[in-house]
Ligand binder design. Structure first.
Ligand code: GAR
Length: 216
């Protein structure tokens, strides 16, 4: 693996297990990167506490300030995120359970990656988060689900797919048991995708992402 340092800005809203997994894989030298800053959209997010415990610079940017008459200004919010992370000079923005749709002020400036607990484009989009995804997969009677890492665009859970990993659905699965297996898939897939990015081995062509060989 080439030791190309890659600076990550991690955006989260929840418990931060995705961020912790990335931090552990970085410590284990599986990803040639470092977490330069963590931004949470919720001030009480456990992930924020976990980031601070690891000594990462942290910021909170709640959605409230960007809400008027019940309408959220996602453009202004994305602009504020971009300004907040700029001093940390990130190469890649990593979404780790971040519950806000992003807009051009951030997406035009940075590559943004997301992980989703299903095989996109199925079971993604607004409202498909956490257990809701696995419930929908079971309700639909799917035999296979999985995890997807993709570059983010202005639509929720949408954009060029980097990696996917399939997970079989068992007949006696509950949303909990399925979530656990999909999460295990995410735990290896996301570090792998971030590592490929850090090694500059991802080439985007329109909606397709090509993985370049080690010697490309
Ligand atoms: C992750 O499991 C990820 O798949 C999901 O949020 C979880 C965050 O967990 N993301 C989405 O559903 C994106 N639509 P965490 O807060 O413990 O890191």
């Amino acid at each position: 693996m080439k030791a190309t340092p890659c600076r990550l800005a991690v955006l989260l809203s929840g418990s931060g297990t995705t961020m912790v997994n990335l931090a552990e894989r970085i410590d284990a030298k599986e990803i040639p990167a470092r977490i330069a800053v963590v931004v949470s959209s919720r001030k009480n997010a456990l992930g924020l506490q976990r980031a601070a415990e690891r000594g990462f610079p942290t910021h909170v940017l709640t959605r409230r300030k960007f809400q008027e008459d019940g309408v959220f200004d996602d453009h202004a919010y994305s602009q504020a995120v971009a300004e907040l992370i700029e001093p940390y000079a990130p190469d890649l923005v990593v979404l780790a359970g971040f519950m806000t749709r992003l807009s051009p002020p951030l997406l035009d400036r940075y590559d943004v990656m997301n992980v989703h607990p299903a095989l996109l484009p199925a079971f993604g989009g607004h409202g498909y988060y956490g257990h809701r995804v696995h419930e929908a997969v079971l309700e639909a009677g799917c035999k296979v689900t999985g995890a997807t890492v993709h570059f983010a665009d202005p639509e929720y859970d949408h954009g060029p797919i980097v990696l996917q990993k399939a997970v079989s659905v068992a007949e006696d699965d509950t949303p909990d048991t399925l979530a656990a297996r999909v999460q295990a898939a995410e735990r290896s897939l996301y570090p792998q995708a971030v590592s490929l990015y850090a090694q500059r081995r991802l080439e985007r062509r329109g909606n397709r992402v090509r993985i370049l060989g080690d010697d490309s």
